[in-house]
Write a protein that binds this ligand. Structure first.
Ligand code: HEC
Length: 114
């Protein structure tokens, strides 16, 4: 009897988790607080008003704050795997762990500041 109750609670949690995953950064395992020390790597390019890089050439930098967390993680993975080929971002993504990506996605996707 009690086992059954636990099972139905778990089922509800599972369904609720699936429904909201992706919508809420916290549930994708990312921690926006933990990203604070990591964004120093991104601020130089993604935090400049006008979003342009100076090196290797003047290049339009996309705005990532407010982007969907899942989109940010996918983009970073694509740079890491070489599916996306931009050299600066490939260099950055190469040094990130899955947790770093999730944390950064939670930070930027959660409406964090540049
Ligand atoms: C040297 C400058 C530079 C740094 C540092 C940098 N980025 Fe980027 N980032 C870029 C540029 C330029 C692009 C666009 C590249 C392209 O066209 O694929 C980009 C693209 C992205 C994208 C894809 C955006 C989109 O709309 O598809 C994400 C996500 C991203 N950066 C996240 C980060 C994160 C997180 C960091 C810090 C860990 C970081 N970047 C550090 C320059 C930089």
């Amino acid at each position: 009897m009690q086992k059954r109750a636990i099972q139905s609670v778990l089922a509800v949690l599972l369904v609720a988790g699936m429904a909201t995953s992706g919508a809420l950064a916290q549930q994708s395992g990312g921690n926006a607080e933990a990203a604070r020390g990591k964004t120093s790597m991104c601020i130089g390019c993604h935090g400049i008003p006008g979003y342009r890089t100076a090196y290797p050439e003047v290049y339009q930098v996309p705005k990532i704050a407010g982007q969907q967390p899942a989109y940010i993680v996918n983009a970073l993975k694509a740079y890491q795997s070489g599916q996306r080929s931009h050299p600066s971002m490939r260099g950055i993504a190469a040094g990130l762990t899955e947790q770093d990506m999730a944390d950064l996605a939670a930070y930027y996707g959660g409406g964090g500041q540049q």
